[in-house]
Design a binder for this molecule. Structure first.
Ligand SMILES: [Zn+2]
Length: 85
């Protein structure tokens, strides 16, 4: 095994471990805190100081992570392809 081969094997193994770790974290924690309201679901309006419900997360305080969005897009594509057969 040449040094270039072993270096690329180590790189591929590291990328595989990182990808599987991200997938596992997306399975465990599919949502993140909303950036608009900091996960509270509501925020103060800037002028009147009234409480507003967050439209970005529909006042849940949660937004899907990128991995969940990708999985949902894949499932949607797969479902529409199966329906059109
Ligand atoms: Zn929000």
């Amino acid at each position: 095994m040449t040094p270039a081969n072993s270096a690329s094997a180590i790189l591929i193994a590291a990328l595989l471990i990182i990808t599987l770790g991200y997938v596992a974290s997306c399975v465990l924690w599919p949502f993140k805190a909303c950036r608009t309201c900091n996960g509270e679901g509501k925020f103060r309006s800037p002028f009147i100081r009234a409480i507003r419900l967050c439209p970005a997360c529909r006042s849940t305080g949660l937004q899907p992570r990128a991995g969940l969005k990708a999985w949902n897009a894949y499932r949607r594509l797969h479902r529409t392809n199966r329906r059109n057969r």
